[in-house]
Design a protein around this ligand. Structure first.
Ligand SMILES: Cc1cc2nc3c(=O)[nH]c(=O)nc-3n(C[C@H](O)[C@H](O)[C@H](O)COP(=O)(O)OP(=O)(O)OC[C@H]3O[C@@H](n4cnc5c(N)ncnc54)[C@H](O)[C@@H]3O)c2cc1C
Length: 295
């Protein structure tokens, strides 16, 4: 099938209006943002919403706001806007590492952070990035807003804590000092989904030891963070051997499946190698923060 089933279409004017429309049109209504995941699913008849509620006019969902202790990103922020943002590059270069390898400019010009997290595809890159940065997600519903940790937001492939009648409105990234982060992905060809990817963040103590660490994997069969791997780093002075130990643990925590993108052994090798690389780059960035870390 290349043509979606018939549907009705309406444009929301505000968050409140979008919530009203979701309530009015009931369980067969769906929000559409960039449409780069939902429309292909509709064409394949994997999704058959009766109503599409377009949130592209909702300006209050499109912002990147730096506050002293957090960066707030509206759910309708496009991939391209995240890639172009100096503040995102300075605070969280891992986001731009990932954005640079998400699809192609056509997809990045329309696709949104809210749609990416809402879709929760197991090979989707921003979920790992948000996990690693210990982001929180703000969900609006008829009863008001609630703030959900990424660990509780992501409930498995294609499933999140955002109910059908709710709207993801914002992603919040905590800002803490002496932090470095990085993401690296292996893809079969430019713009493809990940064969495997890893992300890491390191928060350094003043004495040069690791105060806190997170490691995540994409498309490698790990739900949430590689906690055991990150735990061996905490309280230690970084070294190649230490990073190798953490990377081996991350690979052991992975549970990849064989598919057209590669066999299990190869993917486990990627988990190990990519974790080692992103830890090294995160440490370098923690030690040498620059005005803009986009490069
Ligand atoms: C060719 C191609 C290659 C791609 N490659 C990659 C890749 O390598 N890595 C990667 O990570 N992604 C990739 N993507 C996906 C891309 O990043 C999409 O933009 C993203 O998955 C969905 O964002 P969207 O805004 O288009 O969401 P939509 O398609 O509009 O929506 C997706 C889902 O999220 C829901 N939703 C959207 N916004 C909200 C909201 N604010 N609140 C609640 N629910 C909401 C929708 O109802 C729908 O269920 C690719 C897409 C294409 C077409």
């Amino acid at each position: 099938m290349q043509v979606p089933a018939p549907f009705e279409y309406v444009r929301a004017t505000s968050v409140g209006n979008a919530l009203e429309l979701l309530e009015r049109h009931g369980p067969e209504s769906r929000v559409i943002a960039g449409g780069h995941s939902l429309l292909p699913m509709m064409k394949l008849r994997l999704a058959r919403p009766e109503w599409l509620i377009d949130i592209n006019d909702v300006a209050e969902l499109r912002h990147i706001t730096e506050e002293p202790d957090q960066l707030r990103v509206g759910a309708l922020t496009r991939h391209a806007a995240l890639l172009d943002s100096d503040v995102v590059g300075r605070l969280f270069p891992i986001v731009q590492d990932a954005e640079r390898v998400i699809a192609d400019p056509v997809v990045r010009n329309r696709g949104t952070i809210g749609g990416s997290l809402g879709q929760a595809d197991p090979a989707e890159d921003l979920t790992t990035v948000c996990d690693v940065l210990r982001a929180q997600v703000v969900i609006a519903g008829p009863g008001g807003e609630r703030v959900v940790d990424m660990a509780d937001f992501h409930r498995g492939p294609y499933e999140t804590a955002c109910e059908q009648h709710e709207l993801l409105v914002e992603v919040r990234f905590p800002i803490r000092p002496r932090m470095g982060s990085a993401y690296e992905k292996v893809e079969r060809r430019v713009g493809d989904w990940a064969v495997g990817a890893a992300g890491a963040a390191l928060w350094m103590a003043e004495d040069g030891t690791v105060a806190d660490a997170t490691i995540g994997l994409t498309a490698l069969g790990l739900e949430g963070l590689a906690t055991e791997a990150a735990a061996v780093l905490v309280g230690q002075r970084p070294s190649e051997d230490l990073f190798a130990e953490a990377a081996a643990l991350a690979a052991r925590a992975s549970s990849p499946i064989e598919d057209q993108r590669g066999p299990v052994d190869y993917k486990r090798h990627l988990a190990d190698e990519l974790t080692r690389r992103v830890l090294g780059r995160a440490l370098d960035r923690a030690a040498h923060p620059t005005a803009v870390q986009g490069g």
